[in-house]
Design a protein around this ligand. Structure first.
Ligand SMILES: [Zn+2]
Length: 278
């Protein structure tokens, strides 16, 4: 899955370090990230380093935001700049990172995007409108005027594998380009336990009751600021599907033998495969 970058190690602890020439730069323009392909293998990606830009962007060693560390390498966010400064690099759609290699660089790029979006959306205090400042000891933004504190935006959501004997409930989203099988999914609402999110989403999307809800695994999904939590559960009672056509274009019970053998970086795909091979 996206976060499985072993043997590389992602250090999320907030210990800001000043960049040196080897520091890795993540720069974004809307939902695009600045990268280039390796010369020998176009599936492999590279991000620029400070030493490549030191004489092209004045003040680059002062105007940065520390993001995180992978292995011994520090990653930094710097403001959007003209890609023409770095021949070979270009702002590339973030979806490229779904298949780019090595995985740890793809993970860095998409995790950096989530932080970039959060910092960008929190430049001003949502309470009083004053400029926000970066925390020094932890990853947060604060307002000196009214003491408002903001932590990174992470939205909990569920992915639900509903089973009925040898059959799994699969669906396809309405109005999206993504046409492969998905599982029931949705965001947790305020005042709701995550188990109740599972029950509610299954009822809303396909009109089914479920029982025996078990947690499977979680996955950070920075593409949508989400922490996905995967659950298995069993059908309880009638198996007749009542489709929410605003959310889904189809939903159906399919047997293990009917499920396609596909893999990618998502928890959804892993869960479908776990069921297929069970
Ligand atoms: Zn404020």
């Amino acid at each position: 899955m996206l976060q499985d970058i072993q043997p590389h190690v992602y250090h999320n602890e907030y210990k800001p370090a000043a960049p040196d020439g080897e520091g890795i730069i993540l720069a974004y323009k809307e939902r695009k990230v600045l990268l280039r392909s390796e010369a020998e293998d176009s599936t492999r990606i590279l991000y620029p380093q400070f030493k490549e830009l030191a004489d092209k962007i004045p003040g680059i060693y002062e105007n940065y935001t520390y993001l995180f560390t992978i292995d011994e390498c520090h990653y930094y966010l710097i403001p959007e700049f003209d890609e023409a400064l770095l021949p070979g690099y270009s702002y590339t759609e973030i979806s490229r990172l779904r298949t780019a290699l090595p995985m740890y660089r793809a993970f860095a790029g998409v995790t950096g995007l989530q932080l970039h979006n959060w910092y960008d959306d929190r430049r001003y205090c949502g309470h009083c409108g004053h400029p926000m400042k970066h925390g020094e000891k932890e990853r947060m933004m604060y307002c000196e005027s009214c003491n408002n504190i903001e932590y990174p935006k992470i939205c909990p959501a569920v992915i639900v594998g509903v089973t009925n004997g040898n059959r799994l409930l699969v669906s396809k989203y309405a109005g999206r380009e993504y046409k492969r099988y998905a599982l029931i999914a949705g965001f947790n609402e305020i005042g709701e336990s995550i188990e109740d999110t599972v029950r509610r989403e299954v009822m809303e999307e396909v009109g089914l009751h479920v029982k025996n809800i078990r947690f499977y695994k979680s996955q950070p999904w920075p593409f949508s600021d989400t922490l996905l939590m995967g659950f298995w559960c069993e059908l309880d009672g009638d198996d007749t599907i009542t489709l929410d056509e605003n959310e889904l274009s189809m939903a159906a019970w399919v047997t293990k033998e009917e499920l396609p053998a596909e893999t990618d970086i998502s928890l959804t795909r892993e869960m479908i495969n776990v069921f297929r091979l069970s």
